[in-house]
Ligand binder design. Sequence first.
Ligand code: BG6
Length: 520
Amino acid sequence: MSAVIQAKPLQSTKTPQLPKSDPCLLTIFGASGDLTRRKLMPALFDLSCVGCMSPYFHVIGTGRTPMDDATFRKDMKEWVKKSRDARDFSDDRWDWFSERLHYLPGDINDPKLYEDIKKKLEGFRQADEPHNRLFYVSTPASLAEPIVDGLGAAGLNQHDKGWSHVILEKPFGHDLNSARELNSAVLKVFDEDAVYRIDHYLGKETVQNIVVFRFANSMFEPIWNRNYVDYVEITAAETVGVEQRAAFYEETGALRDMVANHLLQLLALTAMEPPIAFDATAVREQKVQVFKSIRPMTVEEVAKRTIRGQYGPGTVNGKQVPGYRQEPGVNPKSNTETFVALEFYVDNWRWAGVPFYVRSGKRLARNLTEIRVHFKRTPQALFARTPDEEIESNVLTLAIQPDEGISIAFGAKRPGEHMGTVPVNADFKYSVAFGTHTPVAYETLLLDAMRGDATLFTRGDEVEAEWRIITPIEEAWTQIPPPEFPNYAAGSEGPESARCLIGRDSHRWHALTNGTDPVK
Ligand code: BG6
């Protein structure tokens, strides 16, 4: 049995207006690709609808696909219209926006493309207006270096009429060495301050709320440490499979795709020390300190503290789905992991000895991203009727998606005569409390990049620090025979071994198949 208390905001929560972007000309490399259609265009359109764009805003899309402006605009319209991220689509609004969309076909290895971009950008220049340039590299990661080189060779990396920034999509390298090489290649052309490395999780409202929750409320800070926290559980579970991305995913796997960036970022925000300000330098400095405190694992530790899984056929949301090895484009003998669970230790004063369990997987029982902080039990089971009866410990849940919110589980007296306890939840849900549309991650990040605010982007040393944790695990996995794949059915909780990993210390994952009860 459990009761629920819904928290309400104490002040009016009318959505504040978003800030305005600087006057900015955006060039997207990979404009005919999936990310542009599904995420970037709906986000840009939405920003223009809520008045965030300057009248001097233009987008130049570039890609290998030959197309003229009209075809590009028509294609983008189809995608934006059906996107759930684009609020209030109307033809009038689209007309204003689409006049600002342009397309330049070209080969990123051909210097002519960059000269053409330059000419086009110059053509948009308004006398007396700042002329800021933003380059979005939304191509496969291997193309980032030639694009950045091309921009540098054409002198597009700097100019005297405004700023020039470059946005790089993840993955940023595939291991420590490649990340270092890419960093050094990029930094030959752009200053670190001009490089915006995207981890879209940082653009999610609920991820930013981790910082607000921790540092705007004095009651949690005194207990946010090894004296009170028993363990921390971080989950990113998805019901989708590999979708149409087999070629990418076969090379990447769950560890590189989700843990090396998104989940390590969630861990860092949960574990970091208070920054002296909420600005790019201070926040990123504290996150890097967390990454540096995570002990890299030896091969023996990797064997003990990491679990790999791969889904077999199964049922997801009532539908029969194939196993990973049967997905189009996947090697039928593939040993790529679609699930990973790990136990990390943050070796610093605050967190010494507290395990941070992290898991992520595709084709799991439900979509759920959350952080659960489990507090230590009270020293005495005063209210347990028998010695075997357990008092549940307090759990604080930061729900990132889909039901964004925060909840605290605590024990209350069970109604009736005896002094028994029952767990209850105090819940705060964004949708119930505010009922407003919050900007999607790409909107927030694009707007920040267009305003020159890098707080929610990852710094070069941060990315390298992430790979310093992940690369030894990837290397150890090449020395340890992989488990017998597939080892979990699509639509399940993931491999049984993941339960054993956390269960060694009588800890438990939050169940995916049932929203409330922990896996016993
Ligand atoms: C991407 C991964 O970075 O994040 C995908 O490449 C994953 O594999 C996606 O599906 C999850 O993002 P979100 O915002 O849906 O949680």
